[in-house]
Design a protein around this ligand. Structure first.
Ligand code: NAP
Length: 253
């Protein structure tokens, strides 16, 4: 039956940055579809843990700072120690720095590129090695942005990182599809999380943004859950290197 293609019963999914926001919505969605969750966070993912365990799924809490690549080997090792395998990686953790391009600092460039681009690539590489060793393929889902498609304003390193992620998603798909590994991305539109608090607090910007969203509302973490389950499941086995916008129609405008 077709709905079985979306079933993730017993699969193991690593989700980075899932103590809050979109990552929490994704982790809970994957758990609802049947996944045990490896949660990679800097701070305690208390609320996410209780939501996932309430669904009867297992939850492994790994603390790591994704500003650097140093914790990557232990993320893979601890996942294997606990669950014996990895099936899905969602690279969700990300940061943003806002300043006029004319004044933008090297630190704000490097910090954002490190978390949003460098660590995403090297964590994907480490997990892809594990997928290849397991011999049964795997699913990698990167969280991109509207600024994978557009230029944005006052967020140069964020635009560079998210545009880069869309490209590297294609590259990884090209190289790893032969191993049964699907690499795709989701580009969320304007979503209600900590990341967009400053935008929503600015009434003028808030109204400008809302006026451009055909759906007429900001997105929520729950809006990402089912698209992520699709890309994590056999339902998307022939989808490779694609960035799916989940944006209430923003890009269609
Ligand atoms: P958020 O609420 O700020 O959550 C970001 C997550 O990333 C948090 O769990 C955060 O952990 C984690 N993180 C940041 N730096 C980290 C580091 N060095 N090491 C480990 N974890 C780190 O933002 P969000 O809106 O849910 O964003 C999630 C993803 O969606 C990001 O990649 C973002 O760029 C992308 N996105 C968001 C929107 C939107 O409208 N909200 C739109 C497009 C794309 P801490 O709590 O410890 O900081």
């Amino acid at each position: 039956m077709i709905l079985n293609a979306f079933n993730l019963e017993g699969k193991v999914a690593i989700v980075t940055g899932c103590n809050t926001g979109l990552g929490q919505g994704i982790a809970v969605g994957l758990a609802e579809a049947g996944c045990n969750i490896v949660a990679v966070n800097r701070s305690a993912p208390t609320e996410t843990e209780s939501k996932v365990t309430a669904l009867g799924r297992q939850f492994l809490d790994i603390r790591a700072d994704l500003t650097s690549t140093q914790d990557i080997p232990s993320i893979v090792e601890k996942s294997i120690e606990t669950f014996g395998r990895i099936d899905i990686l969602v690279n969700n953790a990300g940061i943003i720095r806002r300043a006029d391009a004319i004044e933008f600092t090297e630190k704000d460039w490097d910090d954002v590129m490190d978390v949003n681009a460098k660590t995403v690539f090297f964590l994907s590489q480490a997990v892809a090695k594990q997928f290849i060793a397991q011999g049964e393929g795997g699913k990698i889902i990167n969280i991109a942005s509207m600024l994978s498609f557009q230029g944005g304003i006052r967020v140069p390193s964020y635009t560079a990182s998210k545009s880069g992620i869309m490209g590297v998603t294609r590259l990884m798909a090209n190289e790893w599809a032969k191993h049964g590994i699907n690499v795709n991305a989701i580009a969320p539109g304007y979503m209600e999380t900590n990341n967009t608090e400053a935008l929503r607090a600015d009434e003028t910007r808030n109204q400008e943004i809302l006026a451009r969203i055909p759906a007429g509302r900001w997105g929520t973490p729950e809006d990402l859950a089912a698209p992520c389950v699709f890309l994590a499941s056999p339902a998307s086995d022939y989808v490779n290197g694609y960035t799916l916008a989940v944006d209430g129609g923003w890009l269609a405008r």
